[in-house]
Design a protein around this ligand. Structure first.
Ligand code: NOJ
Length: 561
């Protein structure tokens, strides 16, 4: 079927945390194969696999040393081929993670590049002289703290790295490099891979004059408009489409921080022949205080009206010429039930409510491993975390600059740190949650005794079965895939409600976003219709959307008969 990705649900696997088959404490590909039947039971159509390529694991595989080889601790290329085959047998497609904004500093290209200025690979990366006083070429910051430039003594120049200094940025101006990227993509596509998630793809084209950002008080290095959407971005993506993507029946989703809906359409407008979807970051930034030196660690409360406004903007603007990817969670975000739900007395209700809001919007939903059982954040001590973003930020903000105290930082990490998503998958209530028989690479979340797959499968009211039902409804009802979205009660501070409309029928979604009762008044234009209840997170939710007193986190979906 053409555009199969529009009616698909994608499940993201973070391989090192999913399932360990050989007891070394790290998830692996044979471990994923063991769980394919579980994913089939959930009903998902596509797996997005975070990177499995050979890597020194400075950033858990987002630093690639060899694009054509699977990382030893995850298995072999043969394991990967087998996984593709086993997934396909079950009707599940495989999307791999393409990390080509940068490589590892242990990639052969970089090893060569740093040797001398006239090395044939020199130009595969971005090398610059320092300013006259010897400082960095400009004031661009790294997403992982500090400057985006690293000085290298061998040739007395700096190289650019948007992420860690062990992740040098590739120079996409170089045609030979681009050809090598098409080559590695074709290599995996020929092995049967069904598409790509493209890591920070909005950053691959750099502004060639490398301008300084305007100075901002309290900030030595800055991250902003020069970091994304560079001048040749869309030219490169069109080339990629021509050289690789157009030859296969595949799906693509680009990670595109810094992109507005109109910029998103430049990636996704079908006639432009670039990508199918992008990931927006706008809704994920709504609980961050902007403009402080503390970056994502500066927290503020979420305002529901703003969230509705933002998601509605994306729904509306991409209605023509675009397609949304819908997500609350991934390996870079904390657990949604702990973030915007209630992970204590209303864990099950709020996890289902958040899932409902997302899965009935227009677009392709993404589920991150463990979200389907309502996994929650962890609260560890600082030295129990593995993530280099956390470790670097702690050093910079707490130890060097003192802009956050130890306690403030830890509180922010408990709320927002990436390791919240990366704790091992909770399969059952035995040692290490059934994830490994060895020593897990990251401490298992102590919640595993109550929250695990085995328990969820035994409980007909679990979050799992709610997700299963939502996925099933998407397959049964074209309105879930195609219906036009419209927000209702936009100024209501507690209720998120919207309609979808398709071929003369309507769907109505109403959800109480908070832990107390809230009244829902059915707008006049929706009265008089013959509404039937399709799905809810309380067994006895009202059969009709009239006179509704929504209980804590109650979410109900109605369909017009
Ligand atoms: C985005 C990825 O999702 C994140 O995990 C990674 O650290 C950076 N890109 C760098 O590759």
């Amino acid at each position: 079927m053409k555009d199969w990705w529009k009616s698909s649900v994608v499940y993201q696997i973070y391989p090192r945390s999913f399932n360990d088959s050989n007891g070394d404490g790290m998830g692996d590909i044979p471990g994923i194969i063991e769980k394919l039947d579980y994913l089939k039971q959930l009903g998902i159509d596509v797996i997005w696999l975070s990177p499995v390529f050979d890597s020194p694991q400075d950033d858990n595989g987002y630093d690639i040393r060899d694009y054509k080889r699977v990382y030893e601790e995850f298995g072999t290329n043969e394991d990967m081929f087998k996984m593709i085959d086993e997934a396909h047998k079950r009707g599940i497609k495989i999307v791999m993670d393409l990390v080509v904004n940068h490589t590892s500093d242990e990639h052969q290209w970089f090893i060569e590049s740093r040797k001398s200025k006239d090395n044939p690979y020199r130009d595969y990366y971005i090398w610059k002289d320092g300013k006259e006083d010897g400082t960095e070429p400009n004031n661009w910051g790294s997403y992982f703290s500090g400057s985006a430039w690293q000085y290298d003594e061998t040739t007395d120049q700096y190289f650019l790295h948007y992420f860690s200094k062990r992740q040098p940025d590739l120079n996409w101006e170089n045609e030979q490099l681009r050809n090598d990227v098409w080559d590695l993509m074709n290599f995996w596509m020929e092995k049967g891979v069904d598409g790509w998630r493209l890591d920070v793809i909005s950053s691959i084209s750099k502004f060639q004059d490398y301008p300084d950002y305007d100075k901002v008080e309290g900030h030595k290095y800055l991250i902003g408009k020069y970091h994304t959407n560079g001048p040749r971005l869309h030219e490169f993506l069109k080339d990629m489409n021509r050289e690789v993507l157009s030859k296969y029946d595949c799906m693509t989703v680009g990670e595109a921080p810094g992109s507005s809906p109109s910029e998103a359409k430049l990636f996704t407008e079908p006639s432009r022949n670039e990508l199918n979807m992008i990931f927006t970051f706008e809704h994920m930034d709504l609980d961050t205080e902007q403009g402080t030196p503390n970056g994502k660690w500066a927290m503020r409360d979420l305002n529901l009206v703003e969230l509705k406004e933002n998601l509605t903007k994306w729904q509306t603007e991409l209605e023509v010429g675009g397609w949304n990817s819908l997500y609350w969670n991934n390996h870079d975000q904390p657990r949604i039930v702990s973030r915007w739900g209630n992970d204590r007395e209303y864990r099950v209700e709020s996890a289902k409510m958040l899932g409902t809001i997302l899965h009935f919007m227009k677009g392709t939903p993404y589920i991150y491993q463990g979200e389907e059982i309502g996994m929650v954040n962890c609260a560890y001590e600082i030295d129990e975390y593995n993530d280099l973003e956390i470790r670097n930020a702690y050093r910079e903000l707490v130890q060097e600059n003192g802009t956050l105290s130890h306690e403030q930082f830890l509180k922010a990490v408990h709320y927002k740190g990436r390791d919240n998503a990366r704790t091992p998958m909770q399969w059952n209530d035995t040692t290490n949650a059934g994830f490994t028989t060895g020593q897990p690479w990251l401490k298992v979340n102590p919640s595993f005794e109550a929250i695990n797959v085995e328990a969820a499968l035994q409980d007909p009211n679990s979050v799992f079965y709610h997700y299963q039902k939502m996925i099933q409804l998407r397959k049964e009802l074209p309105i879930v895939v195609h219906g036009k979205y419209a927000l209702i009660l936009e100024d209501h501070a507690e209720i998120f409600a919207y309609t979808r409309e398709h071929e003369g029928k309507r769907l109505l979604v109403v959800a109480n976003f908070y832990g107390h009762t809230s009244t829902f008044d059915l707008p006049a234009n929706l009265q008089g219709a013959n509404w039937t209840k399709l799905l809810s997170n309380y067994e006895d939710s009202a059969a009709h959307p009239v006179g509704l007193e929504l209980r804590p986190y109650e979410a109900i979906v109605y369909v017009e008969e």
